[in-house]
Design a protein around this ligand. Structure first.
Ligand SMILES: [Zn+2]
Length: 212
């Protein structure tokens, strides 16, 4: 009886301490998730998201006439996500700007290139030092066996090599993939009808290299 009587008062200090902890915790990032893979659609959600996330270099991506990179990347990303989720994998599907802090086994960042003069670029890849050579080689082998235009190379710009998205996710394998040059009419015509097929390529690559 005496013990029961005491219990509420004994709990009070603990509850108080918890309240102080909550009050001292900075505003938590909305969601940092864990998953099998992360798939980002480059530039998706911009420019609106740049203000929200205080992004100084609000790059909107390549454009040529009515064709815009930021309209194409979500189509590719959504298809890759659909296929992988149908196969039972957990996919974190991300736009250009998000809270970050995610943990996955591999992260893919989808882009299309723009070039002046036109048709001097093509497909390319960017990655940090931590990404394995085998992972990069496997993507290049797969994609360049299918993509019939130029391969521009690896980490050919600082934006590719030090992509901001790499810092937003914890993953052993991180790869930015430029699918081709949007500003080159010949490449654009070929790619326009193959956006979903590109997503299928990415899904098959991830299943083969990371998820099996
Ligand atoms: Zn881009």
């Amino acid at each position: 009886m005496g013990a029961e009587h005491l219990r509420p008062t004994m709990r009070l200090p603990a509850l108080f301490a918890l309240g102080v902890l909550v009050a001292l915790t900075p505003i938590a990032p909305a969601r940092a998730d864990e998953g099998d893979v992360l798939v980002q659609a480059g530039h998706e959600g911009r420019p609106q998201s740049c203000a929200v996330y205080h992004v100084q270099a609000c790059r909107l991506g390549a454009a040529a006439g009515r064709f815009r990179e930021l309209d194409w990347t979500p189509i590719v990303a959504d298809e890759a996500t659909r296929v992988l989720r149908a196969a039972g994998y957990t996919v974190l599907r991300r736009p250009a700007d998000w809270d970050g802090g995610d943990s996955v086994r591999a992260a893919i960042f989808i882009h299309f290139d723009g070039a002046t003069p036109t048709c001097t670029s093509g497909a390319s890849v960017g990655f940090p030092e931590t990404t394995s050579r085998a992972f990069v080689d496997a993507w290049e082998r797969r994609y360049l066996a299918w993509f019939p235009f130029r391969f521009r190379g690896e980490n050919f710009t600082e934006n590719e090599h030090r992509y901001y998205g790499f810092r937003k996710v914890d993953a052993p394998e991180k790869l930015l993939v430029e699918m081709g040059e949007l500003s080159c009419p010949e490449q654009r015509v070929w790619m326009e009808t193959r956006l979903r097929a590109m997503g299928d390529q990415i899904a098959a690559f991830l299943e083969e290299r990371v998820l099996k």
